[in-house]
Design a protein around this ligand. Structure first.
Ligand code: DC
Length: 213
């Protein structure tokens, strides 16, 4: 069973997909964390961000894993706490726009479904990675609501955050994610569309479970 979920930054995909996977007993895969891990690798090793071929080579030669408890390992090292920085957010769009990188990501992402039922979330999961998934959802929320959620998340982590800065960063990432030539975030007729702006996490999860039943 494959449940595919796409949506913009801060739409609640992560939290909701994780809970959904727990309730269904499926494996949860956050594909954004894979693009984040690769961006971390590029920055750490000073690889030229304009050099698609060099990035592809580094990606081909690294071992990227996601553990059962959703930790991101790069060549065996746990980098989960290092991939959610503003520096990564700023550089990720360029790297995730490269066609060869997206092709290899998709191959790796499809492998997760070989021996498990999965809930996978990202930007191109319903359209490119698993266009024939059993259930396809597009999770949305207004940009104002998504910014508020990010500010709250940061505060909970004890991080300082500026509303306007986060608003601009989300807006720029939306634009890059929705307009890139290859693997753009898209709405299609066969996705189940959910606007969660005025819904709680539990309400969204229950609605999805209802659809899946
Ligand atoms: O879900 P997230 O915000 O952690 O994703 C970070 C970035 O990774 C996002 O801005 C675009 C990229 N991404 C992508 O291009 N395709 C995916 N399937 C998932 C994420």
């Amino acid at each position: 069973m494959i449940i595919a979920i796409d949506g913009p930054a801060g739409s609640g995909k992560g939290t909701i997909s994780k809970i959904l996977a727990e309730r269904l007993g499926y494996v949860y895969i956050d594909t954004g964390s894979m693009y984040r891990s690769l961006t971390y690798l590029v920055l750490r090793d000073n690889i030229d961000i304009d050099n698609e071929k060099a990035i592809y080579e580094a990606f081909s030669n690294c071992k990227m894993e996601i553990t059962k408890d959703c930790r991101n390992l790069l060549d065996g090292e746990d980098i989960s706490d290092r991939i959610r920085t503003q520096e990564i957010n700023t550089n990720i769009s360029k790297i995730s726009g490269y066609p060869s990188i997206r092709e290899l990501m998709r191959l790796k992402q499809r492998e997760f479904a070989n021996d498990h039922s999965i809930v996978m979330e990202g930007r191109d999961i319903t359209t490119e990675v698993f266009p024939d998934a059993d259930y396809k959802f597009y999770l949305d929320a207004s940009i104002e609501e998504r910014t508020k959620r990010r500010v709250k998340q940061n505060e909970e982590k004890g991080l300082e955050s500026d509303y306007n800065e986060i608003y601009e960063s989300i807006k720029n990432r939306d634009l890059a994610d929705m307009t890139r030539e290859y693997g753009a975030l898209k709405r299609t007729d066969d996705q189940i569309y959910i606007d969660s702006s005025n819904m709680t996490i539990e309400e969204v999860v229950l609605y999805m479970l209802e659809v899946i039943k």
